[in-house]
Design a protein around this ligand. Structure first.
Ligand SMILES: NC(=O)c1ccc[n+]([C@@H]2O[C@H](COP(=O)([O-])OP(=O)(O)OC[C@H]3O[C@@H](n4cnc5c(N)ncnc54)[C@H](OP(=O)(O)O)[C@@H]3O)[C@@H](O)[C@H]2O)c1
Length: 271
């Protein structure tokens, strides 16, 4: 894809953080946007920040774990614009700071319904429209560095993000002979509210505060790297030196990697 000008780009979770930055930068690049987010007020705030013509913007607030709402959104976006070029599965939530034994099975069901099933519903709903398109198109799934490396006190989040990695890599192979480019995005720490707003973060506030210090990259910088990766048709977009170092350490410096995990358990759980 040489340009995103006049392309129809769908972004889920555009009411905040990386999704909002993607919307602002893509609007500045002349893209037409279909935006979703959970909270109407946040989505409206994003819309108010965009440099875009009214007809080139379609917004709808709904929960990405609502299958019917996702399929209706896809149909309505295609009806509105007549085509879909890029779908960015960005909406996501976190649970962090608690051990597997401290968590409930319902916590896993909840996070999977958003982080993973949200990606599945959106991919399934939009793929027919991407296929119909005669030009190059892209399906972009935002995983995390924790979709490539494990970490303690993040079992539900890591599980959803690894699931996205497996789905993305497998689907890419199935669609190899099509014009649909399936991309995985693996950010390290990006300065958004994802950790402080994490579900049950109040149960381990010190952990949330400490981990939040690792979120250093500006969301605009992360969004620009994603846009450059889409244009370059990269299969795996790894964002930030922290992510690159963690991936390297997990593969080649296993002892050091495990020692960080061990120290985290000692610090927060006295284990
Ligand atoms: N920040 C990081 O360090 C980091 C690192 C790796 C990966 N990521 C991933 O990057 C993506 C964006 O995260 P972020 O850091 O930008 O977080 P964020 O600032 O918290 O933004 C998340 C967005 O997702 C939306 N969302 C959450 N649950 C939703 C649902 N059920 N239905 C629809 N929308 C929903 C939120 O909507 P409302 O605010 O409107 O309710 C918000 O707009 C996530 O998938 C996250 O896992 C982030």
């Amino acid at each position: 894809m040489n340009t995103l000008k006049n392309k129809v780009v769908v972004i889920t979770g555009a009411g905040n953080g990386i999704g909002r930055s993607l919307a602002i930068l893509l609007a500045n690049n002349g893209a037409k946007l279909a935006l979703n987010s959970r909270t109407l007020k946040n989505l409206e705030e994003t819309a108010s920040l965009l440099n875009i013509k009214k007809d080139n913007l379609f917004t709808r607030a709904f929960d990405i774990s609502d299958k019917g709402a996702v399929f209706e959104f896809a149909k309505d976006v295609n009806d509105h614009f007549g085509q879909v070029d890029v779908v960015i599965n960005n909406a996501g939530v976190a649970i962090a700071g608690l051990t597997f034994e401290e968590l409930e099975t319902e916590d896993f069901e909840w996070i999977f319904s958003i982080n993973f099933m949200g990606v599945i519903y959106t991919s399934k709903a939009f793929l027919p429209f991407l296929r119909k398109n005669k030009e190059d198109t892209a399906l972009v799934n935002i995983s995390s560095v924790f979709g490539l490396v494990p970490m303690v006190l993040k079992t539900p989040y890591c599980a959803t993000k690894y699931a996205i990695t497996g789905f993305t890599d497998s689907l890419r192979m199935e669609l190899e002979n099509t014009a649909i480019h399936v991309m995985g995005v693996y950010p390290g720490g990006v300065k958004t509210g994802v950790t402080l707003n994490a579900f049950k973060a109040e149960k381990e506030p010190e952990y949330a505060k400490e981990f939040n210090k690792n979120l250093k990259m500006e969301p605009d910088t992360a969004a620009q790297i994603i846009i450059d990766g889409i244009l370059a048709k990269e299969e795996k977009i790894i964002i930030g030196n922290d992510a690159k170092k963690a991936i390297f350490a997990y593969k080649y410096l296993t002892f050091a990697f495990k020692s960080v995990a061990r120290k985290t358990m000692q610090k927060f759980k006295k284990i």
